[in-house]
Write a protein that binds this ligand. Structure first.
Ligand SMILES: Cc1ncc(COP(=O)(O)O)c(C=O)c1O
Length: 387
């Protein structure tokens, strides 16, 4: 499809091409000096002691749950309005994901009071997801976690360089997990990062990232070791040097690109103010958001399929974040029927509009006009229908 306004686009240029070519010329392709530099820079940005680069955020989350010693018989509280990987990472360890509802139609993040209601003697951790880059109510969630002696894991896939009260996403929980997937604010194709302040957790993640081996090929190359022991059942969750080099260049652009995303978010908020048939979440959200997504919520009487078709006819790409996890066939089979009224209502009515740092004013204008028209058409023809 030849989109006039795609949902997302990358900021990739000469610097990224050079960084990758330099790695190829260096003839050291996986987990070496570039990865060490990427990890140091990322830890510094987040303001934590350790950052451990991995293959993607899904395995980052898996390692976080494992490192905290969570497994069979344990429960982890999380939202259902997130990408399925958030829950899968818990299932991989045989722990039980416990889905709870979100805050409101204006805030798609986990509701602290729903977290409190779900806590029982099997609960070990709260896994938050900062929807669209807007931080969850972390002071309150940390208070709850402290009171009940629970770990906090942040799925910060949407939130590199997001902050609240001058504290970055990834520095609020015991562990933070980031994604560098191809459509993320900091993109390396595939890639992820685990952040933590705790030495013991960092050591476990490093070990499990590479087969539970006590030394790496890189250590042996540097002459620091001749052999290795295997002290745990680990995985190959490593990152390669091309991606780490890309990540370093993308990190340099992150603050500016996030600021551009926030400018576009404000332009959308202004352009769509007062438009009948929709509402806009996170309008007065505290903190600084990475503005990864721009979600809108259609009124109950709107037909979402028709709305998205109308946008498509103008060659404007839209998407849905997210179909609730507890409604997927696999999870229904695993957990039985659960009812999360707000999550289900938002999951049925949310539409994500295009948002990327290089979006032009003209493109924002096209989307705003597209929404106004799509809403007008549906307002007259679709009243009473449900998407
Ligand atoms: C909220 C959330 N969590 C986890 C992931 C998984 O990230 P990855 O694709 O890097 O495994 C994503 C990716 O889209 C995501 O959006």
């Amino acid at each position: 499809m030849d989109w006039q306004v795609p949902l997302a686009d990358l900021d990739m240029g000469k610097a990224e091409r050079k960084a990758v070519l330099d790695v190829l010329c260096s003839r050291w392709l996986s987990m070496g000096g570039m990865t060490e530099r990427f990890e140091r820079a990322f830890a510094e940005m987040v303001g934590v002691k350790h950052a451990i680069a991995v293959s993607n955020a899904t395995v980052a989350l898996h390692l976080a749950v494992l490192a905290l010693g969570i497994g069979e018989g344990d429960e982890v509280i999380l939202p259902s309005l997130t990408f399925v990987a958030t829950a899968n990472a818990i299932k991989y360890t045989s722990a039980r994901p416990v889905f709870v509802d979100v805050t409101s139609e204006g805030n798609f993040n986990l509701a602290p009071w729903e977290i409190e209601r779900a806590i029982n003697r099997r609960t070990r951790a709260i896994m938050v997801m900062h929807y669209g880059g807007y931080l969850c109510d972390m002071p309150e969630i940390r208070r709850i976690a402290g009171e009940h002696n629970l770990f906090v894991i942040e799925d910060a896939a949407h939130a590199p360089a997001s902050s609240l009260d001058d504290r970055m996403a990834g520095a609020w929980g015991d562990m933070g997990c980031f994604s560098f997937f191809a459509n993320k604010n900091l993109a390396t194709g595939e890639g992820g990062m685990v952040t933590t302040d705790r030495d013991d957790l960092a050591e476990k993640v490093r070990l499990m990232r590479s087969h539970g081996m006590t030394t790496l090929t890189w250590d042996r190359h540097k002459g620091h070791a001749h052999s290795y022991d295997v002290v745990a059942l680990g995985y190959n969750y490593r990152i390669d040097e091309m991606r780490s080099a890309l990540g370093l260049v993308q990190m340099e652009k992150l603050y500016l690109n996030n600021a551009l995303r926030r400018d576009i978010t404000r332009a959308y908020q202004d352009g769509l103010k007062g438009v009948e048939g929709i509402s806009i979440p996170f309008e007065d959200h505290p903190g600084i958001s990475a503005a990864h997504l721009f979600p809108i919520l259609l009124d109950e009487n709107m037909d979402r399929g028709a709305f998205m078709e109308a946008m498509k006819s103008r060659r404007i790409q839209t998407s849905i974040h997210y179909p609730p996890i507890h409604q997927f066939t696999y999870y229904r089979g695993q957990m039985g029927e659960i009812h999360l009224p707000l999550t289900e209502s938002i999951g049925a009515r949310e539409v994500t509009l295009p948002l990327f740092s290089k979006m032009t004013e003209a493109q924002v204008g096209l989307v705003v006009e597209g929404v106004k028209e799509a809403v007008r058409v549906r307002g007259s023809a679709g009243a009473g229908e449900r998407g």
